[in-house]
Each structure stands twice: as C-alpha cells, then as structure tokens.
Design a protein around this ligand. Structure first.
Ligand code: ADP
Length: 457
C-alpha cells in the first residue's frame, strides 16, 4: 500500500483527496503556489511545500518543481486531481520514470484517449456508437465542406486536443465554414499547442450523459452508473445529477454497457469517465476523461463508493474489492457548482475576498470547498470555489433539499453562479427534466430574473 502521496493540485479537490488519504492512514504532501500559502488544503496535509509563484506555469504546471518536491519529501506516489497535469501523458511518464506511482491510467492510455480523434477511432473499431463525422483529422476547409455536406449541417468543428469547450465551433452552412475552421484551429493551437481539427455532426439540443468507470490492474472493470451533466453554460457544466433518470432504465443499462466496452477497448485502469451526447434514446460517444471528474461526488452520494479510495487502492496494485452486482444505487444526488463568476456579464471571472460566509449543512448535504471568511479568490486559477451536493430518496426530494441548502448559503464579496443555481431549482422545465445542453444559454434572462416562477414540488 502507498505510504505518502503528493497531491499535484490545489483547492477543494486537493482537500478532498487529502481527506481520503487521512482516512486510509496515508501521509500526504501538499504542494502550493505563493498565492495559496496557508490555504486549507495545505494545513490538512501532513506536510506542505511551496513550489513557485502564483502563475500556473511557475507552480501547478511546473513539472520539475513538483517532481523535486516529491523527491525531497520522500513521496511514493502522485495524485494529479483534475485539470492541471492530470491528463498530461508526459508528466505521468516522468512520474513513473522517477520511480513513483502515478495515480491514474497508464501514460499510453492517457495519450490514446487524450487525442479525441484517436479515441473515436478506437471506439468505432469496438462498435461503441460515435457521432457521425470525419473518419480522421481534417486537412483543409475544403475537405471539411465536403464531409459536412455528407453528414448534413449543422456540424461541429472540434479540436483533437480540445478541452473545456475550447477549439469548438458550430457551423450552420458552407459559407461559415472557412472562417470557423481558421478560428477553431487558431484557438486550439494557442490553448493546446495543436490546431488539428475533426468534424462531427452537431446533435441538436442533446443531453450530456456520462458513465463513471473503475478498472483495476487485474483487468476488472465496473461502472458506477450514469451522471446527467446537461445543464451547461458555454459548453461547461454547472449542475450535475445522478443517476440520469431522463433515460429509461433499459437505455441507461445499454449506455452503461457501452461505457464498459469503451473502457475494455483500451484496457483501462483506475477511475475514468466515458462521455456521451444523447438525443432521444440514441447516444453517441464523444470522449473519455482519464481522471477523476469535478462532478464525482454525485456518484459517491448515490453508490457510497469513495472514488478516491478506489483510485489509491488500484494504483497500489490491489484488485477491486467489490463486483458489479455489489454496486448499489440509492436515491438521487444533485451537485451545484459555485463559481466566482458574474452570470449577468457573460460568466466573467469575479476574483476578490470572501467577506461573509455561511456554508450549509444538515441531512443529505455535502460541501466540497476550501472557503473561509477572508479567503482570496485568486485571478490565477479556475473560478470554481465550492461544490454543494445533496442526496434525496427521489429527484424531487433532492431538488427540495438543494433549494433549502442554497437559501441557507451565504458567500459575499465576489459574484457567484449561486443565484443561477438557485433559480434553476425553481424552474418548471428543470423540475420536469425537459432540458438540453443549450437550456441555460437560451433561458438566461428568465433564469436571472428574480422569481420568474416558483412551482411547488
Ligand atoms: P471538451 O473536452 O472541450 O469539454 P467535449 O467533446 O466534451 O469537449 O464537448 C463538450 C460539450 O459540447 C458536450 O458536453 C456537449 O454539450 C457539446 N458537444 C460536443 N460534441 C457535440 C456534438 N457532436 N453535438 C452536440 N453537442 C456536442
């Protein structure tokens, strides 16, 4: 079993990982930037090492500094969390070459799945349904126009190295294509150092449904059910729930089986998520994320499985100690992300100091956050500052609980997405589960208006 894990991350996910290590009697090393000195995740850890200045390139993306911190502290493993270096195959390889355990899938698998075009090719070969589109990378706008005609407009240009909605453009017709091609390629090149694009048919008004996977190094793969992450703004998730009850039970089972097949196709180990867009009861693979996801707590609330514990056990070489049949799914869970952003101004980041703070508690509530009064929300990092997760016996019970919990919560000093989260919990279409990935974008004005409607549950 691993003895001392370095967490190459910050904020709530670093704290969340450290807490599980403590429960497993594993020592932890936090690494932090100058902007995070004294932060909760650093004080929870057994020891903490400053690895550089606030900009991510100097600290949380500074591979040399992180590896040096691991060497100095005698860590035997690195957990990358999500974002930062979590899907960087070169870093995973360097961790292993330094004689440390990488808590994640193998660098080869990260590489295969990180290139979305390669991932889709593998999935097609294994008969996992994929969105129709180009067979491979595009060579020119002219080729894209030809393929778009075959697939039928509207189409989506996507960056093979893409993430977080970057390098993605919707195209309604051939006139728009050359310009969209140039701007998507330029954006992807700037963000990921790789401007290669592929083309997909745009699935109109889809849902985003994903499946949590766990695989051990002995070749056992189980799924922990579905999550519905349809509520997005700018192609980024805001509210997630589990299970995805929009799908009938039999369709959900088909999706779970497709996800297990996808994981088997690459010999997947550790925690991962297979993402699909869903239209009606048809589903299409879009990508597989080779790390723990922001929204993993809804799955944990539903199944009682601690995903970080499983990641650590798997990386230690231990087989899963439960079978698929032993995974239980109880009730319904919802997560609201609280981002320091201004929803009334294009979700612009809103850094600043937390002045007043009251985080919720009570039956069926989990809060993953490192906030405290006086906390500085840094402009250097992701704007997500807290996750509030509730569990109920039914979706309606979970919604009622989330209403209560958000009403109780006070976060003053920065603008947040909380008012939007709150209004969603009272929105008639959300309550009836009549939503798609464009729902927030189309209804933002209504959602931001105080008390549009307030249906009882
Ligand atoms: P990223 O890694 O940049 O987040 P994804 O491939 O995961 O990119 O897509 C992000 C979101 O974009 C999805 O959740 C979905 O809302 C939308 N999307 C992606 N592909 C399609 C598609 N072919 N049709 C419709 N929507 C899509």
């Amino acid at each position: 079993m691993l003895k001392r894990i370095l967490i190459a991350n910050r904020g709530e996910i670093a704290a969340r990982i450290i807490r599980s290590c403590l429960e497993m009697n594993i020592e932890t090393v936090a690494v932090f930037s100058a902007a995070d000195r004294g932060a909760l995740f650093t004080t929870l850890a057994t020891q903490a090492v400053c690895i550089g200045a606030a900009p991510t390139g100097a600290s949380y993306l500074n591979q040399d500094a992180i590896l040096e911190a691991a060497r100095l502290t005698g860590a035997d493993a690195i957990h990358p969390g999500f974002g930062f270096l979590s899907e960087n195959a070169d870093f995973a390889r360097r961790v292993q070459e330094a004689g440390l355990t990488w808590i994640g899938p193998t660098p080869e698998v990260i590489e295969q799945l990180g290139d979305k075009n390669t991932a889709k090719r593998i999935m097609r070969e294994h008969l996992v349904p994929c969105v129709p589109g180009s067979d491979g990378l595009l060579n020119s706008p002219e080729e894209a126009i030809k393929l778009a005609e075959e697939a039928g407009y509207p189409v989506l240009l996507k960056a093979t190295a893409g993430g977080g909605g970057k390098g993605m453009r919707e195209v309604a017709g051939p006139d728009e294509l050359p310009e969209a091609y140039a701007s998507a390629a330029a954006e992807a090149k700037a963000a990921f150092g790789n401007g290669d694009l592929y083309l997909e048919k745009l699935i109109v008004n889809p849902r985003h449904i994903e499946v949590q996977i766990l695989g051990d190094e002995q070749g056992h793969i189980v799924h922990l059910g579905t999550r519905d992450c349809t509520l997005q703004r700018n192609h980024q998730k805001l509210v997630e729930e589990a299970p995805a009850i929009y799908l009938a039970k039999t369709d959900r089972m088909r999706l779970e089986q497709a996800a297990v097949k996808a994981a088997e196709a690459v010999g997947y180990s550790n925690a991962g998520t297979v993402e699909f867009v869903v239209s009606g009861s048809d589903f299409y693979f879009i990508e597989m994320n080779t790390r723990i996801q922001v929204e993993h707590p809804v799955t944990e609330m539903l199944t009682g499985v601690n995903i970080v514990r499983e990641q650590i056990r798997i990386a230690s070489g231990m087989p899963l100690d439960f079978s698929q049949d032993e995974v239980q799914f109880l009730g319904h869970a919802i997560e609201c992300r609280i981002n320091a952003e201004d929803p009334t101004h294009g979700f612009n980041p809103s850094p600043g100091t937390i002045e007043n703070l009251l985080l919720p508690s009570g039956f069926g509530v989990r809060v993953d956050s490192v906030l405290h009064q006086g906390y500085q929300v840094s402009p250097f990092y992701d704007s997500m500052i807290a996750k509030i997760i509730v569990h109920g016996r039914s979706r309606n019970e979970a919604i009622a609980r989330m209403r209560r919990v958000l009403a109780e919560t006070v976060i003053d000093g920065v603008k947040t997405t909380m008012p939007l989260d709150y209004m969603l919990m009272y929105n008639a279409d959300y309550i009836a589960n009549r939503i798609d990935t464009g729902f927030i974008g189309r209804n933002l004005d209504l959602l931001l208006r105080p008390w549009g409607d307030s249906p009882t549950l």
